[in-house]
Structure formats: C-alpha cells, structure tokens
Design a protein around this ligand. Structure first.
Ligand SMILES: Cc1cc2nc3c(=O)[nH]c(=O)nc-3n(C[C@H](O)[C@H](O)[C@H](O)COP(=O)(O)OP(=O)(O)OC[C@H]3O[C@@H](n4cnc5c(N)ncnc54)[C@H](O)[C@@H]3O)c2cc1C
Length: 470
C-alpha cells in the first residue's frame, strides 16, 4: 500500500484481515492519517483538516462499529453557516434541505431579491425527466435551471462550491451530486423531492466526529494494523514503480521493496508520477487531474476576556461563514470550531479560517506569518476590531481538493481502462469516486478486497508485454 491517509489505511485494514498475506504500507510522512490531522492542547483539540464525516453509507457505519468507534460519535452543536453577500452576512434561507428549500421560509431571506425568490418556484414546474438523455452539467447550470441564477449564485455556489474549494461553474453534478440527478429523474422538482423526504421523516444524513477528534479514527486503524502484523514504513517516500522478474518493484527514498500487487492510495497526480516509466499513458491521464491547494489557519484564544469577546460576537454564533468569490480577498470560509464542537474546545475559543480555492490560490504563496495576519485583518474588516489570538497554527494542503469537473465520468472510465492493463495495480482514493472521508474509506476497502482477490486467484505474473503503451 502506498499512502497512509484514510484510503491507504482502509486498504491495508481490509487486506490484512486475510491471514497469511503480508501487507506493507509506505507513507512518506512520519505520521499516518494524511489530511486527517488533529492537534491536541490541554483540554482541547483542533482539526487541521477535516472536522467531521457524514453517516450516510451503511458500510461506513459498520466500519465504525467494527473499529469500536460508533458508540462514541459526537454530534455537532450547530450546522448553520452565514453567507457573505453584498458586503454583509446573511443567514441561509430557512428550510434549506440540500440544494432545495422544502418550505417557503426562503421568502424571508435577506440573501435573495424579490426577483430571485420568484425564480425559485420555476423548479415546481419541471416534469420528471425519467430516462430521457441528460448531459452532465455544472452545479451552477443545474441549480440555475431549477431555481434561477440568483439561487445558484448566492446559495449553491458558496455552499457547494465551498465544500470542494471549487468553482460551481465547473464542478460536475453527475460525479459529485448524483442524488440531485436522481431526484430530477424521479420527481422533476427538487423542492417536491425534498418535501417528500421530509414527509417520510427522512432528514439529511448526520455529521459526526469523535471525542478526541478524527485522529481517533486514524489511531484505531493503526492499532488494528499493528495487531495484525502490517509493516508500517513511515517517513519513506515512494519514488517509482516497475515490474521486474514477475515482481512489482517499488523504489523508495530508502531502497527497494518487492511485492505481488500494489495499491496506490494517493492523489492522482502523485500516483501518476510513480507510474511515469511503467505506464506513461495512464500516468499522463492521472497527472492531468486538477487539484486545488488550500490552507487552514487555526486560531486559539485562551485568555478569558478575549475569549468572552469573541464568543459573544454576532459573527461567531453559528457554525461559521462562507465568503463567495468577489466578497473577500483572503478568507474563503470559516468554522467556529468552539460553537460547532464545544466538547473539543473546552477552556478556549477555537476558530478556523480557510484560504485558497480554485482560481484563487496565489494567496498561498505568502509565508505563514503574513498569511495569517492578512486573514486576521480581513476578518476584522468583516467583524470590526477583534483581540489578537493567543496561538496560531498554519496548516497547508498543497493537494487539498480534487476538482471533479464536468467530464469527470469519461476521464474516470479512461483511467479504469488503462489501470485494467496492469492486473497488479490498484488505484484508490478521492481522485476517483467521491472526495469525502466515507468515500476514501469505501474506495480503500474495495481496493484492499480487490488486491486480495487478485493474489488468491490463479498465479498471474505482472504483465510486462502490455507495457508498450507509449
Ligand atoms: C482542509 C480540508 C478539509 C476537509 N474536510 C472534510 C470534512 O470535514 N469531511 C470529510 O468527509 N472530508 C473532508 N475533507 C476530505 C478528506 O480529508 C479526504 O476525503 C481524506 O482525508 C482523503 O484521504 P486519502 O487517504 O485519500 O488522501 P490523503 O489524506 O491525502 O493521504 C495520502 C497520503 O499519501 C502520502 N503520500 C503522498 N505521496 C507519497 C509517496 N510518494 N510515497 C508515500 N506516501 C505518499 C501522503 O503523505 C498522505 O499521507 C477535507 C479535506 C481538506 C483538505
């Protein structure tokens, strides 16, 4: 297994359930977990990357149960972000369920003009699409067709563009939001689909975290892997991959490793780098996937008077806020971690500001101290004078979010076709079939199962003849 983020850990966890199979995991950093990284402080925890996961997939729920984590899951205190528009902050329209409003509370929203509110009802006149052909569309186009451009611009673009640090005019509805497409096929109107779900007592899937943050998940996996004898090679970077005398050969910063199969659980451009010599066509495809860099600036305020001033500020009463394109220069969004997860930040006020998104990554070239100072200054422009934080942690993600643009589906098909030429190779992770934590775990586990099936099948030497794909 190459890559010790959640995808690689889940792949190793799955493969190591089979007795007698020797599993080795290579991770270039000295710690496991990849983007999942929790900082601990006396009495509290700060998430440098993800802070929660969605409990939607039964397989993921069972996985948490198998790891003994399910019963300790924690609920967020609030999930209501504000949206900046026209130089001030607004509440999300009331009754929002996913992309659609399920009741008419949105008519009271200060985020929309009268014309914008009127356009929302357009959705109610759309007939079910059934099996009629449909070409993938961007989030923006899809939402505009249903609810008008204003809803797309002021609600969908900040909320859903924000999740992927992407541009709502590029992101693929088919790849990232298949449930919107399903609702359109079955109901036509997404408002009606949302209302039916409400009537059936189905609220949206819940977000959860763990008592000491998401590091608990990494720790639980690591403990199981150690118990099952998986060799964890930390601080060792994989440099290239080849096949030699019937064996897969991985060249790392520390030497050579030989095996019968390999799972690459890395962002596609990094996986592509390893495959440049052996599978150049596949490598080119993988390296062509767009990713966005991002940074998380973590602010910790412990001094009582300052803490009270921030905790009482109107901007910090919800779970955070989103700053759409054109509304700010530095900050793209914020999480008020102390409000969202008060149990993780006892004795301190914890705030996280995000910087960097698609087409707006230059800000990340600033050194840490300038970056957080610029962000804090912008925050004061939004919020008025604020006391300086007691501690600041700058966390950077050079490959933070894959961009599933319109056309992701055909790209993926081609990747899978090329990957199929190398029976010993398994690509997994958030470049391919879903970008969130449950997707990483699902894809990692599937890759672990596939490698086991491959190794327990009839002997099949790694194919060298198929290497002539230049
Ligand atoms: C800021 C941020 C916030 C997020 N928030 C959420 C959230 O709240 N909820 C949610 O569900 N998802 C969230 N996500 C997405 C989530 O983090 C990912 O789905 C998940 O962590 C991906 O895991 P992974 O193992 O696929 O990738 P990674 O975590 O990127 O793991 C890849 C690993 O490979 C290692 N590696 C790379 N190259 C090599 C090499 N050559 N040799 C050896 N090792 C190598 C890396 O060091 C890394 O450890 C967020 C992501 C970011 C960036």
């Amino acid at each position: 297994m190459v890559g010790g983020g959640l995808t690689g850990l889940a792949a190793a966890w799955e493969a190591s359930r089979v007795p007698g199979l020797k599993v080795t995991l290579v991770e270039k950093e000295t710690r496991l977990g990849g983007k999942v990284a929790t900082a601990s402080f006396p009495g509290g925890y700060l998430e440098k990357g993800p802070d929660s996961f969605l409990l939607r997939e039964p397989g993921f729920v069972q996985f948490l149960k198998d790891l003994g984590l399910y019963s300790s899951l924690q609920e967020p205190e609030t999930l209501a972000p504000l949206i900046r528009f026209g130089g001030r902050f607004h509440r999300l329209p009331e009754g929002l369920a996913g992309i659609a409003p399920w009741h008419r509370g949105y008519l009271r929203s200060s985020l929309l003009s009268l014309k914008g509110k009127a356009a929302v009802t357009r959705d109610l006149f759309l007939p079910p699409r059934g099996d009629a052909p449909w070409e993938d569309e961007s989030f923006f186009d899809f939402a505009s067709r249903h609810f008008g451009e204003e809803w797309a611009q002021r609600v969908v673009a900040p909320l859903y563009g924000g999740i992927y640090a992407g541009d709502a005019k590029e992101l693929s509805t088919a790849a990232l939001q298949p449930s919107w497409v399903k609702d359109e096929r079955e109901e036509g109107s997404l408002i009606r689909a949302a209302q039916k779900r409400r009537q059936a007592g189905k609220a949206g899937p819940p977000f959860r975290t763990l008592p000491r943050g998401l590091q608990d998940l990494v720790k639980a996996l690591e403990e199981d892997l150690v118990r099952r004898g998986v060799e964890l090679r930390r601080g060792e970077e994989a440099r290239s991959l080849d096949v030699l005398e019937g064996k897969v050969r991985l060249t790392t910063g520390k030497g050579l490793l030989f095996g019968d199969g390999v799972v690459l659980s890395l962002p596609a451009p990094q996986a592509g780098k390893l495959l440049e010599t052996r599978a150049p066509r596949l490598a080119r495809l993988l390296m062509g996937q767009a990713w966005v860099s991002s940074g998380a600036l973590l602010f910790r305020i412990t001094e009582t008077e300052k803490r009270n001033a921030l905790a009482g500020h109107p901007l910090f009463q919800g779970s955070g806020f989103l700053v759409p394109r054109g509304e700010g220069k530095v900050i793209t969004g914020a999480t008020v971690l102390s409000r969202k997860w008060p149990q993780l930040s006892r004795g301190a006020f914890h705030l996280r500001l995000f910087v960097g998104r698609r087409h707006e990554e230059e800000i990340l070239s600033l050194p840490d101290d300038l970056l957080w100072e610029r962000a804090w200054r912008e925050l004061q422009r939004f919020a008025g004078p604020l006391p300086l934080p007691d501690e600041v942690l700058v966390s950077r993600f050079p490959l933070a979010f894959p961009q599933y643009r319109v056309g992701h589906g055909p790209w993926l098909e081609e990747v899978r076709r090329e990957e199929g030429k190398w029976p010993w190779l398994f690509l997994a992770g958030t470049s391919y079939e879903g970008v969130a934590i449950p997707d990483a775990v699902r894809q990692g586990r599937e890759a672990g199962q596939k490698v086991v099936r491959f190794l327990s099948g009839p002997p099949q030497p790694p194919s060298i003849s198929k290497a002539l794909d230049r």
